[in-house]
Structure formats: C-alpha cells, structure tokens
Design a protein around this ligand. Structure first.
Ligand SMILES: Cc1cc2nc3c(=O)[nH]c(=O)nc-3n(C[C@H](O)[C@H](O)[C@H](O)COP(=O)(O)OP(=O)(O)OC[C@H]3O[C@@H](n4cnc5c(N)ncnc54)[C@H](O)[C@@H]3O)c2cc1C
Length: 417
C-alpha cells in the first residue's frame, strides 16, 4: 500500500533524533517524518558517558575527565584512566548537531509543534493520529514515555524491582575557586541515606563552575524544595562559599528489572528509554541509544522497504541477569549502597569497570566485577535473579534450572559486606 512516509519517528529527543541521524549515516534512503510537540530545543539535560563507543555526536562533546572519585563516610576512592575518559555532552549541542544533519537531508521532514495521539497498526501500514490530522507509514518508531512493560510492574509473582533515579542539578558559579576541574565526583554518599540511596554528583567545568546534582535511587520523586535544600546543604558543608545558580536541570529515569514492551505490534517499535534502553542498574541510556540506533538503522538499510525487521535486543542476556541481581540487591539492602559502590571503584581496575558500566564489558570484566562484590550476599541475589527470570519466562519446569529453589533454600543467612 502507498503510504505518506516510509517511517514515522515519534519524538525528537535523544532516541528519535539519534535514530534519524543513524539512518542517514547508514544510507537509509526512505521518506522519514519526525514529529514532536516541542517547538524549541533548549539545554534541558546533560549527557555523560565513557568514550567506549563511536557515535556521530563525538564532535559535540565539550568536557571530559580522566579522573573520577566515589566517596562515603569511610573513604574516598579516586581512580583514573589514560584509556577512557568520562565525557560530557550538553543536550543543546546534541540537538544542534542532530538537527543540522537532519535538516540537510532531503529524505527527512521535521514537524514540530505537533502532538501524536493514537498509533494503530493495520497490518500492511500504520496510521499515526496527530493534532493536525493522520499520517500513514510503513513503520513507526515511538519514543514517547511509556509505562508499558511485558511483565507488569505490580506482579508479585515476578518480583520486579521498580526504582527511579531522580535528581535535580544546579550549574553553579562560586565567587572563589573551589572545584577541582580535573576530577568528576560520580557519587558522594556523605548525605542522609534515610529515604533510600542518596548521593551528590559533581561535574566541575572549571575551578569556579560545576554541575552539582542531588541524586536518589528510590521509589518516588521528592518535592523540588527537598532536592534544593540538599544541594544547598551539600555546597555549604563542602565549603563552596558564595555561589550563584546559572542553570537547573531535573529528571527521573526508570531503574527497573521489568521488561519493556519493545514492539507493541509488528510495525510499531518503541525506542529510547520507552524501549528499555536505560540501563536498569545505572539509569545511563545515551550510549545504549547510540548502539541500538546504529544496529537498527543498518538492519533497515539492508532490508526491503516494506520489511519489518526484528529490533536489536536492548542488552545481552548476561547483562540483564547481572543488572537484575545488582538492582534486586540494592533494592533489598539500600543501606549497603555506599559500601558497595566504593568497593566496586576501589577493587575493579578502570579498564574492566568502565566497559562493564558501559555495557561493552567482556566476560572477564564481568567476572572481575562480580569477584569484587561481597560473595555470599551476591550469590544469593544472583540465584534469586536467575530464579525470577526462570519464573517470569515460564521455564520453571526445565530440568536444568528447577534446582534453583532448592539451592536458595539451602543458602545460609546473609552476611554483611
Ligand atoms: C536530566 C536528564 C539527564 C540525563 N543524563 C544522562 C546521562 O548523563 N547519561 C545517560 O546515559 N543518560 C542520561 N539520561 C537518560 C537518557 O539518556 C535521557 O532521558 C534521554 O533523553 C532519553 O531519550 P528518549 O528519546 O528516550 O527521551 P527524550 O529525549 O525525553 O525524548 C522523548 C521525546 O518525545 C516527545 N514526545 C512526548 N510526547 C509526545 C507526543 N505525544 N507526540 C510526539 N512526541 C512526543 C518529547 O517532547 C521528547 O522530545 C538523562 C535523562 C535526563 C532526564
């Protein structure tokens, strides 16, 4: 059937724009429409990631750190790497680079100020309702925030963990030099842990300017004034002196073991965070979005125009299992988080830890990480994670996995890390 467009991308955020750019890079010469209600692309978020994966936005990176630290009440762990840098990409620069590429392509049309409603798969084509009328397409890639999970979040049977990484960040300018511009603080746990896992994250752009974020891993967001009070207290206690706030950003990213509905119907794909690309154990999504977009674009480039290829999996089975184990453990024992994270950064060399955190680790890197964690409690969490996966996939009758319940019952009580 003749359609208005080959592909419609719903949402011009990180997932939507990345897919459009990767399609152009891969030589996909199809008619693409990108629709978003937004009319501007402000600097609404900061993306950070390690430089482990090539992507088309590398030239827009503005800062990088080769040294980082994690701090709790007991100790400060400072690590660095000549091989890997922790990089910063401001969203305004990402949007500008992506829009520049897309607007220069005659196959792409960007429709801003336009909201998508229903997306209905009719088998041979998809009808996308927008507030200026319907459009038809062969395939739709939808990045709108979605609560859809294959395994429902409220199912006690599947025991899914549903945390949020929620935060407010201030870019501050201090009157006097205060920050160490060479060292990013990934987690500073010297703050109250009463409401769940809580730390401060600091990206120093110079000795007087930094992004400082009050970050929580817990079930619910806080009121704005609570994050702000925490930020003010942190800066006061650290001795930052007088400062002005030049920019504020806020966010909430899912950290969940539930499986996202990646393809609600054969011609409709969810992409971005809605497609499960935020890593359950860390909330990081930028590099996963780049890898997913590249793989999907290459599939589309080599498929016939009418084909609907199977999308790439968000992550490997092994990473899924490790994240399930790690997140379940943190959920059950949040008070242990400061010790676990400092131990991880202390004991695992950056050359193994960074690929692991960036989802590009080898089996040896993952083994290194597992070995650094308290053995018995994590062995129990690992077995529970395996058990959860088995139950959730309805495989509990498989003979090679059915002994897990017995193993769990036989394990001794949990020891402290
Ligand atoms: C403040 C913040 C900081 C982050 N920092 C990092 C980081 O440092 N590193 C990292 O790896 N990840 C980070 N993340 C996580 C992740 O990378 C981002 O959330 C990323 O923007 C996800 O891309 P997305 O396309 O899924 O969502 P978005 O970028 O939010 O895009 C979704 C788009 O859908 C559009 N939309 C909504 N409703 C409709 C509709 N009805 N019709 C059409 N379009 C619609 C929205 O306007 C938006 O443009 C951060 C997230 C936030 C919020």
């Amino acid at each position: 059937m003749e359609t208005d467009f080959d592909y419609v991308i719903v949402g011009a955020g990180c997932g939507g724009l990345s897919l459009a750019v990767h399609m152009l890079e891969a030589g996909v010469r199809r008619r693409v429409l990108i629709v978003d209600p937004r009319t501007s692309f402000p600097n609404d978020r900061t993306w950070c990631f390690y430089d482990v994966t090539d992507h088309p936005f590398a030239d827009a990176v503005t800062h990088q750190w080769r040294r980082w630290r994690v701090v709790d009440d007991e100790r400060e762990v400072v690590r660095g790497s000549l091989r890997f840098a922790y990089q910063h990409l401001a969203s305004a620069d990402f949007y500008a680079a992506a829009l520049d590429r897309i607007r220069g392509a005659e196959t792409c049309e960007l429709r801003l100020g336009c909201r998508v409603g229903q997306v209905i798969d009719h088998g041979s084509h998809v009808v996308v309702s927008t507030d200026v009328g319907p459009v038809t397409a062969r395939l739709v890639f939808d990045s709108r925030p979605s609560e859809a999970r294959v395994f429902p979040a409220d199912s006690a049977e599947t025991r899914e963990v549903n945390l949020l990484q929620h935060f407010v960040g201030w870019t501050v300018e201090t009157k006097d030099p205060f920050f160490d511009p060479d060292t990013a603080t990934l987690m500073d746990f010297r703050t109250s842990q009463r409401g769940g896992i809580h730390f401060t994250y600091t990206l120093p752009f110079s000795s007087r300017r930094a992004l400082v974020e009050d970050t929580h891993f817990s079930g619910h967001r806080l009121e704005a004034k609570q994050y702000e009070a925490n930020l003010r207290r942190h800066l006061d206690e650290a001795g930052a002196g007088d400062f002005v706030i030049t920019h504020t950003e806020r966010g909430a990213i899912p950290m969940t073991t539930a499986v996202f509905e990646q393809r609600p119907s054969p011609r409709v794909y969810r992409i971005g965070v809605a497609g499960g690309l935020a890593r359950p154990a860390t909330g990081y999504a930028f590099l996963a979005i780049q890898r997913f977009s590249k793989a999907l674009a290459e599939m589309l480039a080599s498929a016939s125009p009418d084909a609907a290829p199977q999308p790439p999996a968000p992550r490997s089975q092994r990473t899924t299992l490790l994240d399930r184990c790690f997140l379940s453990h943190l959920d059950q024992h949040p008070a242990e988080a400061p010790a676990i994270f400092t131990r991880l950064f202390d004991r695992v060399p950056p050359e193994a830890l960074i690929p692991f955190l960036s989802e590009t680790g080898s089996f040896a890197d993952e083994f290194h990480v597992m070995r650094s964690l308290p053995t018995l409690p994590f062995a129990q969490s690992m077995l529970r994670a395996l058990h959860g996966l088995v139950r959730r996939r309805g495989l509990s009758d498989m003979s090679n996995l059915s002994h897990l319940s017995d193993l769990l019952d036989d394990l001794p009580p949990r020891a402290q890390p």
